[in-house]
Design a protein around this ligand. Structure first.
Ligand SMILES: *Cc1c(COP(=O)(O)O)cnc(C)c1O
Length: 404
């Protein structure tokens, strides 16, 4: 095909013309997808190694999820929470049981789940712990990513995410990630919660030192502080377990879930916690017009059922071992380091070779889509339906890119 017959360049230009430039996407225009594969407007196929930042853990258009969505579209899509609909109880019960918690509070985006967690923790602090009015603080980690609202960016340590969006919401203390002594020292009598990602995805799939999460759990219990685990990216099968906290045998007081919960079809997020915590909310104190809508519940219930089989967690663990073995073999051959768990990897490319962006552009030319995060770091998070052969293919393409 000669270059000027391709639809992609014009489609890329059009997309840039009509949108705020709050993203810097790869110059590829996708028009359809199935499983782990994407097809662009020119008919070229790509292996998806990002999976919508883990929103597509079950792959594109998983048949069970699409069936649930179609069936629900034909019956009922929205009631608002002013009325109860027939998909609501199943979703809340099955998700609560998956989490081992009493209650669930559904929202839409991940950032809303985080905001919900912050609000619940503060109210719990005042009403249950007895913190003096207006004094609650929450301990968070350097390098965190919890979303984009004004309160959440207030405690981001990423200048791009934070600068010029002030005045900032007070009440957060930032400590180095993985440093239990620093976290312990930051907790005072007004601390209501510790909010952490059990693995920092956006930061480059940073796994904390062994023993850190159990240590956080212990300190939180001793000091009567809620441990809030943001499992929006790490949860729901991504790391080879339902929750990343499980790898260290840790149960947080509150799970924040999102991304894959919507099956890559609709935005669905949720907070799961016991009644002693979520029970502090009373009618009128929190809510969302679309949160817990019938379409979202129908899809997310099917997501919970897929997870309840354990198949996806098992795939992630087994295929993840293969992915990591393949990537480790490239350390010293263009990669400086590889981190991660299950089908989730952060790769540091030797910056002398190329930037993360450049590597992703070259991977794209070879039919593999991944996304750089900071500088020379790339994150790989393929759908959990990816096969052994496809993993080997992705690793081979990366090896070829690194070899120049
Ligand atoms: C993506 C993400 C969020 C925010 O989710 P949105 O749906 O984009 O608002 C929060 N926390 C973590 C760990 C995430 O990866």
């Amino acid at each position: 095909m000669i270059e000027d017959k391709l639809r992609t360049p014009g489609a890329v230009r059009d997309a840039e013309r009509w949108t705020a430039h709050n993203y810097h996407p790869l110059p590829v225009v996708i028009s359809s997808a199935e499983g782990a594969w994407l097809t662009d407007v020119d008919g070229r196929r790509y292996l998806d190694c990002l999976a919508g930042y883990s929103a597509l853990n079950f792959g594109h258009r998983h048949p069970e999820l699409i069936r649930a969505a179609h069936e629900q579209l034909d019956r009922l899509t929205l009631t608002s929470r002013a009325f109860i609909h027939d998909q609501f109880a199943d979703f809340c019960r099955e998700l609560a049981q998956l989490c081992g918690k009493d209650l669930v509070l559904p929202m839409n985006t991940g950032a809303e789940a985080v905001e919900t967690g912050i609000k619940v923790a503060r109210k719990w602090g005042y009403q249950v712990k007895g913190v003096a009015p207006g004094q609650a603080n929450i301990v968070v980690a350097e390098g965190n990513f919890h979303g984009r609202t004004t309160t959440i960016v207030s405690f981001s340590t990423d200048e791009d995410a934070r600068a010029d969006f002030g005045p900032y919401t007070p009440g957060f203390t930032v400590v180095p990630y993985g440093d239990l002594d620093a976290l312990t020292a930051a907790i005072d009598e007004n601390t209501v919660a510790v909010l952490l990602e059990p693995i920092q995805g956006e930061q480059g799939v940073v796994v904390p030192p062994e023993g850190y999460l159990p240590g956080v759990r212990r300190v939180c219990t001793e000091r009567n502080v809620l441990f809030i685990a943001d499992e929006i990216q790490s949860g729901l099968g991504r790391t080879g377990a339902t929750f990343a906290c499980e790898h260290e045998g840790v149960v947080p007081d509150m799970y924040l879930l999102g991304k894959a919960l919507g099956g890559g079809i609709v935005p669905v997020s949720a907070v799961a916690a016991d009644a002693a915590v979520l029970g502090v909310l009373k009618p009128g104190q929190h809510g969302s017009t679309f949160g817990g809508n019938p379409l979202a519940c129908a899809v997310a219930t099917e997501v919970v059922r897929l997870l309840a089989t354990g198949e996806f967690q098992r795939r992630s663990a087994e295929l993840g071992a293969r992915l990591h073995a393949g990537l480790q073999a490239l350390v010293g051959k263009g990669l400086l380091a590889v981190r991660g768990r299950g089908l989730w990897a952060g790769l540091d490319i030797d910056p002398a070779l190329m930037s993360g962006r450049e590597a992703c552009e070259r991977l794209m030319e070879r039919g593999v889509l991944a996304k750089d995060t900071h500088g020379s770091t790339i994150r790989l998070a393929p759908p959990l339906v990816i096969t052994e052969e496809e993993i080997d293919h992705a690793v081979a393409q990366l090896a070829a890119v690194l070899a120049g």
